[in-house]
Every structure is written in C-alpha cells, then in structure tokens.
Design a protein around this ligand. Structure first.
Ligand code: NAP
Length: 481
C-alpha cells in the first residue's frame, strides 16, 4: 500500500501508549476486489481488559490537566490529521470503499470535531444557584465521567470515532475504542497521530478484534468503565444496552434509521433531486441518515422521478481511488446480497424497477444504483434500513397523510422536507418525530450541531454542546455557612 507517511499503516493494537502484537491475525480487505490490504493483530477480551486497566490508570492525571492543556494536545492532533489528509483518505477508501473525494470529506469532517471540542472544553461552566437558605451556598461543577468504552461501525471509520473521542478527551475522560473489524486501519492511524500529538499513554487505547461480542462484554461490564458509547445497528445497540444495565453504566447510543424524504408540491425539484442524490447515494447509501423512503406529492411524482432517473444515470461506479468515481462498492458480499434480496422482495410485492435492480460486474460487491416506484408502506423495503444504493418512491396526497406515514416506524433519526413554503416547512419539521430534520438540504452534519435519534434510533446526542455534556457528571455542591 503506497502512503507518503508510512507510519500511518499500523497493524497492532494500541494499549497504554504501546503497539501490541498478537499471535492471532485478522485480515483487512479492499471491498472493491477482496484484495488483502493488511493482516492485523487480532485482539480478544484479555486485551480489552488490559486496555481498560491502562485507561483507568491514566484517568486521574488527564482529568487534572487544565482545559487549556487538554485543548493544546487536541489542537496538535487536529493539525496532524490535516497534514496527513491525503494518506488518511486513501486508507479509508481502500478499506471502506467510498470514493476518495468522500473519504477526504470524512477526514476533514472527523478532524473538525477535534478542533471544535478543543475550543469547547474551555467553556465547561458550572453554575452558582440562588440559595433557598441564606446560610447555604449552592453550586454545580462539571467533572469528567471517567473511563469510556466505545464501539464504532465501518461506514464512517474516522468520523464516528472522533465524534466520540474528541469530546470525551476534551472533558477529561480516557477511552478504550473498538473500531469495526472491516475498517481498523483508519482508526489505528488516528492513534498514531494522537501519539505524535503528545496524548499521554493510556489516555486513548484501541483494540481491534474478531471477537466483537467478547470485547463488547468487557467494555459494557467492566466496573472500571464508567460510560459506554456505541454507534451501530439498533439490534446490536439493544444487546449492549442490556449488558450496560447490569452495572447501571451511563450509555449513549447512535443507532439505525429509516429516513423519510418528503417532496411537497411546492418543493423546488432541482433542489429536491440534488438533496436526494446526496443523501441517497453518498457512501453507496450506507449511512444512518440515508434516505430510506421517498414520499413525493402525487402532483409532482412523475416529474421528480424523471429528474431523479437522469441524475442517477450520471453516477460513475468504480473503485473509489479512480478519478471521477462517485459510487463505490458495498462493504461486503453479505451486505450486497441483502440489498439484492430486498429489491427482489419489493418487486415480488408489486413495485416497478425504473433503473438498475441488479449486481454489477465492476467488482465483487457492486450493486447498481436502483430506482423503484410503486412502493407501499407495508413492503419490507419501507420498514427496514436498506443500507444500499436503492431509492424507493411512494406517492402521498396531503400533509396529514405523509406525517402519519413517515412517523409510523420505530426509528427516528433523520428526515428531509423539500418545500418552498415556510409555513408548511415549519409544520412538517415540528410534526416529524425525528432527532434531526433537514429542510431543502441533503447534507447537514456538522461538529457544531447535536446529531442523534429519537425512539429506537438512539439515546443522547453527538456534536455541539450536547455532545460534550454526555461525558460529564454534574456535581451539586452545597456549602453550609
Ligand atoms: P453493527 O453490526 O451494529 O456493528 C457496529 C459495531 O458493533 C462494530 O464495531 C461491530 O464489530 C460491533 N459489534 C457487532 N456485534 C457486537 C456484539 N454482539 N457485541 C459488541 N459489539 C458488536 O453495525 P454496522 O453494520 O457496523 O453499522 C451499520 C449500522 O450503524 C446501521 O444500522 C447504521 O444506521 C448505524 N449507524 C448509526 C449512526 C448514528 O449516528 N446513528 C452512524 C453510523 C452508523 P465487528 O465489526 O467486529 O463485527
């Protein structure tokens, strides 16, 4: 693998500031062609326990640093990531599959959390509370919660880590991170740069292993871990939450979605198509906020479908490192076959394929950008997270109808509204039971704003001021006169 900075290719686990080997090996492959990229030390539960021990030992000293001292380390880390953007993006594309331009975007987005929280930690104010008794003084102070266990997914192998690690470190916590087994190289490269930035040994630890359940049990049940934060599927999130319940651990959960994309009759169709392309086909549809159900007002349905079809035919499918490619492979064969089965079931249930609808011979895990009309709410494709480049379209007749239908799901992560009418847009934004609603936009995530879901899409928020409070305990202090 060609990288300008060869130090970024790490194949061992990062525990207590040291790189640890292991006799068992874990292959990491390019999803576009199954070529092996590297063999990693395959960590297990014992390594996770050692990592928790290091994080626990490092906590008192890191907690005692002033906000300014912690910010200085985070800013150096941020700068090193910017300096190595090209290499980090290439690593990410090779192991994850997304086009290089998107990978660069993720590296910069991921780095922005580190910069933002380096600045935010200087504002961890407590309160002085008007007293109920003149002989008492009341205050609150904020203190870091302690050791944090993190598990992250493969779809954003950089940003899903920095979105947790940056606020946790800024707050004074220490961490053990388990990245997804499919995409550990991006994650370990971040540790290398954190080490170069001067992050003290043990403050950030990373274990990569094929025994996700075993490592997960340590991070959710070890009593030295004070908080557990997870990004991944709702199914796994539920298991991990149940494990955390034994020790009443604090939890944050960023889980799956089933995002509706609503095109009103007063929506600007150019804006709607552009936004739909961005939310549906970014990362080949493998994002938690990917449009999953497209609801178009019946009066503009045919025109919207025609324009979306034109935009989709302009997608360039191929290996993410090739020039001009806008759609890469899916993460693995299992994912590709699942998407194909979902499309097959949708057609069998009576829907119509307008474009695509099959595997592509471009490589091992490619599925064609697919447009389906005549979809109904009872179909599996409308109820499950698709996680692939498939756009299923339905019609709606009125506002009340679309609100009821879009809210009829256990998920509540992101929703999209396309309307030029400010009153209607306000009504819809307020009525949709989702943690995030984007109006006339397809990309909305930023370090400055709270990201997260309602209902079974999660607990807590990442990003913004809210993202930092997840890593603090608020202590009430009462002083007698
Ligand atoms: P996943 O299967 O839930 O895996 C996520 C992480 O959990 C991986 O590191 C995985 O490890 C680990 N894991 C799996 N089973 C485990 C177990 N029993 N105990 C402990 N850890 C376990 O999800 P995914 O397929 O990687 O990611 C896609 C999902 O993430 C989608 O549902 C998507 O919507 C969601 N997501 C949500 C957000 C958000 O912000 N709400 C953001 C991104 C993604 P291995 O890789 O080693 O199996």
């Amino acid at each position: 693998m060609e990288l300008a900075n060869k130090h970024l290719l790490k194949t061992q686990n990062y525990i207590g500031g040291q790189w640890h080997d292991s006799p068992a090996k874990l292959p990491v492959c390019d999803p576009a062609n199954s070529n092996m990229l590297a063999e990693l030390a395959d960590a297990g539960p014992a390594d996770a326990e050692a990592a928790v021990g290091e994080a626990h030992a490092a906590f008192p000293a890191w907690k005692k640093r002033t906000a300014g001292e912690r910010a200085a380390v985070l800013k150096r880390w941020h700068q090193l990531i910017l300096d190595n953007t090209d290499d980090l993006a290439r690593l990410l594309t090779l192991e994850q599959g997304k086009p290089l331009a998107e990978a660069r975007g993720e590296i910069l987005h991921g780095a922005s959390f580190i910069e933002w929280y380096a600045e935010e930690c200087r504002r961890a104010y407590g309160q002085t509370i008007p007293t109920h008794n003149r002989d008492m003084r009341l205050q609150t102070i904020r203190q870091p919660v302690g050791v944090v266990g993190c598990i992250t997914p493969w779809n954003f192998p950089n940003a899903m880590i920095t979105r947790k690690v940056a606020p946790a470190l800024a707050a004074g916590c220490t961490l053990v991170v388990k990245p997804a087994a499919e995409t550990p190289l991006s994650a370990l490269a971040l540790c290398q740069l954190a080490q170069e930035a001067g992050l003290p040994a043990g403050t950030l630890n990373m274990v990569v292993g094929s025994d996700a359940a075993g490592i997960g049990r340590v991070l959710t049940q070890d009593t030295r871990v004070a908080k557990f934060t997870f990004t991944g599927s709702t199914a796994v999130g539920k298991i991990l939450m149940a494990q955390c319940a034994t020790g009443v651990k604090k939890v944050s959960m960023e889980l799956g979605g089933n995002a509706p994309f609503i095109v009103c009759d007063d929506g600007d169709l150019d804006t709607a198509v552009q936004a739909c392309m961005a939310t549906k086909f970014r990362n080949a549809g493998q994002t938690c906020v990917s449009t999953n159900r497209i609801y178009v007002h019946e009066s503009v349905h045919d025109e919207f479908v025609a324009r979306l079809r034109t935009a989709m035919t302009a997608l360039k499918v191929g290996h993410g490192c090739e020039d001009g490619v806008t759609l890469g492979p899916l993460i693995h064969r299992r994912a590709t076959e699942r998407v194909a089965q979902l499309v097959e079931d949708t057609v069998a249930a009576g829907a119509t394929i307008e474009v695509g609808g099959d595997f592509l011979s471009t490589g091992v895990n490619y599925y064609a950008p697919t447009l389906i009309t005549g979809v109904t709410d009872d179909m599996r494709i409308a109820r499950e997270e698709i996680f692939g480049p498939v756009a299923p379209v339905q019609k709606f007749a009125c506002e009340e109808d679309v609100i009821r239908r879009t809210n009829d799901t256990p998920y509540g992560l992101a929703a999209y509204v396309m309307s030029e009418n400010i009153r209607r847009a306000n009504r819809l934004v307020e009525a949709l039971d989702y943690g995030m609603v984007a109006c006339n936009a397809g990309v909305f995530s930023t370090a400055a704003a709270p990201f997260g879901g309602n209902k079974e899409s999660g607990i807590g928020r990442e990003g913004g001021v809210e993202g930092m409070t997840e890593f603090y305990e608020t202590k009430y202090c009462c002083y007698g006169a």
